[in-house]
Design a protein. Sequence first.
Lengths: 364, 319, 297
Amino acid sequence: MEEKENQHHLFHSHAEDGSHGDHRGHQHQDQHQKKEHFLEIENLAVQYSSSGEIIHAVNDVSLSLDQGKTLALVGETGAGKTTIAKSIMRILPDRGAKITAGDIFMGDKDLLNLSEDEMCKVRGAEIAMIFQDPMTALNPTMRVGDQIAEVIKLHDTITKAEAKKRAIEMLNMVGITAERYDEYPHQFSGGMKQRVVIAMALACTPDLLLADEPTSALDVTIQAQIMEMIDNLRRQHNTAMILITHDMGVVAQVADDVAVIYAGEIVEYGSKAEIFDHPTHPYTVGLFNAIPNLNEDTRRLANIKGLPPDPTDLPKGCCFCTRCQYATNECSRHKAGLERIGQNHYSRCSVHMHHEEAADEQSR
Amino acid sequence: MSNLVEVKNLKKYFSTPRGMLHAVDDVTLSLAAGETMGIVGESGCGKSTLGRTIIHLLNSTDGSVVIDDEEVTQIKGKKNLKKLHEKAQIIFQDPYSSLNPRMTVEETIREPLIISHRYTRSEIKARVNELMEMVGIDERIRGSYPHELDGGRRQRVVIGRALALNPKFIVCDEPVSALDVSIQAQILNLLMDLQDKNGLTYMFITHDMSVVRHISTNISVMYLGQLVETSPTKELFVKPLHPYTKALLSAIPSTDIHSQKKRMILKGELTSPINPKPGCRFATRCPYAGPECSSPQELQELLPGHFTACCKAKEINSL
Amino acid sequence: MTNTIAVTENKAVRKKRSQSQFVMTMNRLKKNKSAMLGLFIFIALIILAILAPYISPYGYAAMKMSEKLQGPSLKHWFGTDELGRDVFSRILYGGRYSLSVGVLATLTGLIFGTIVGSIAGYYGGKVDNIIMRFLDIFQSIPSILLVIVFSAAMGAGFDKTIIALAISMIPDVARQMRASILRVRDEDYIEAADAIGCSTFRQITKYIIPNSFAPLLVWATMSVAGAILTTASLSYIGLGIQPPIPEWGAMLSGAKTYLRTNAYLLIFPGMFIAITVLGLNMFGDGLRDALDPKLKD
């Protein structure tokens, strides 16, 4: 039933029973081996400091992603999803944010140990990011076409004319006619602006695309268009994508794997099928229950009582236990590690699953 | 049974340097007491403007609004509006910007009572306590300021303020859109509980189709200022008549991973609501558009209680 | 569309006392050393000014021709001027005039400027236009010239100087207030106030002004400094406040003939003006930083 991780070195549990004594050995080994996956994040921890307090934004997060695949990072505001993305790009604010632990490997690059110059070359060309709000992601004083051309010129040594030509190609690819090259962002609608942002992100055919709520600010009918466009373009170039979103519908549409984040930690991780069909962690279950279902007719929505913990004062044990209906005394004392509970399915809590199984047993 | 709210041919135009913006164009609908009418549509469709115009936060350009048997559009002057404020209130989308940063929770909820000049100090105090309990605000935060509260609590304060004068009708303008999913659920439940307890009537404006399905008895769909379809909730989802409604519903991402439906992707760009041509404004993107669509469309009752403003609706839906 | 708001366990429930934005700003301000130093300097000067009658060794008009033009000594810490008056005492008394002119002029300018700016900002349209064009006329004249014109028209003297200074400040205050109001006017909570039937007056006083006031606080501290300097300039050219009142600028003016022989007569008043302005500026900078939370993170 519960398999502790052995080969899957990526999820380093910190269970106090010391079941992963060889964790250091594994890590040391891996640095000399070829990485199993295209993108590997290991034990990432990020802190923000604000008016004397330390905010533990990301705590011991490990993820992996293969080329051409999409990983959805799901969680609510403040859970740490954007922080993870910004850490990969290394665009966290200099003052006030610090990556305190962990490694990020992409291909053969050790991202956290690159110099700033080297990292600049990586940004835009190998890793690109689509930000949430297209209104503010574009420079209002620069022509739209030029903004795309700029990205191209920064990473390829080509002539201005060549860059312009490729920028126009990108515009066409996102469904904007070449005549609009010389227009300014304020002349575009929200959906069109986001398309420009996508064109900029994909202009240099990056290997990894970080999409931070790319369609949240857009209307539903445009969302559908944009999401499809991102997915098609991505497939053409076999670009891997980390999609940050709180919208389970979008996840269902494009994701291959899903990671659920709560209070800066991954609480559940697995393939899309596993997460949607067999959500295990009580938080994941709660999230699914809180979404009004188009097909069901419930009078009251099941909601998760309470609020997420204060990130400056995280509890010793499970971060979710104060809101969890299955919590036991153990939960508040002991922080569980990510355990493998299925073929491609990990969860930081099996209390719920045991509870369900016990209930099933009883009902038989 | 007469309706609590009757809106007839309501128009709200704004004059802009580029021309007349038809934000709300000839909208007719009605709400019975105790009902929740969902108003859905995408950005720029005029739903927020509609809500604000109905409760006279904006002056209407033309048309009539009758709330609780009283014509509202012609009221002039703040004093005369007092009676209306006691009948109709509004809840805004952004719970931070709709609270005065310099007023505590208690002061905010007290405001409507103080302004009405109809309550004594002790009555006000008692009423504030009552309201705070009704909306689930902890005693301990009565002296807190908005910036110290999370979105959910702020929105409860907003709701408490709206209920202070005991209104019958509340316009809810995207009240949960700015909240996280788990808090959304809390606030939606609260709104529904309050409706049951106090017999409230809601106009629930939103762009989120799953939320609106959950809370509304009837739904009206708007597109670029025009009302294109009105129907009881369940029926709208099962049998949408207007092409835009069909597109809207098809665009909602489904959480069912085993049956990903084929989306109806709309081509073409939006027409401008400034100095619009007569006729259906959706025609430029409609897959069924024809020459008849450029004449003004009338709301027709094609099924019991189910209206739509589309000359081709009968044909498209084989009715 | 607005972004979702982060939600975490509410500290307010755990804390004993709530912090208004005012308190939070004060806390931030307290941590700024140079701002606190500036405030200390200003308050120290005010205390000296208030206690002048008690701590000054001589009266400010007490002449003793036998002791005239003596340099600083144990008997006269700052020396004596051409009429044998003790400079130290005059500086102390002078503080009362210089500082109070600065503060009162700024306060008066603030009050009237706020009223004018609020009306323009709130009502907009024609009213706004008329007021703004009127203010344009005022602002197109260099302010020092404006003050001189008013002063000359009204004559020298303590209260007249205050009025002249205040008038020249009104356009600036009005403009800033109007800009703040234009920004605040579109916020949802103003609309919400409308929805609950809030009167215009109450909206302006309880909703708009409290939320628009912050930029003016910073301006006010800088402005007190400016007013003191301007008063000094006015006195220097024969307007403003005239001898025997020991306003610091007047003292500078009276000392100009002795620049080469008794420089201390210029140095002390000049130094006190400089220290006052420095202190106020340091405090004003700190206040601006404390009010703008983005800077600290």
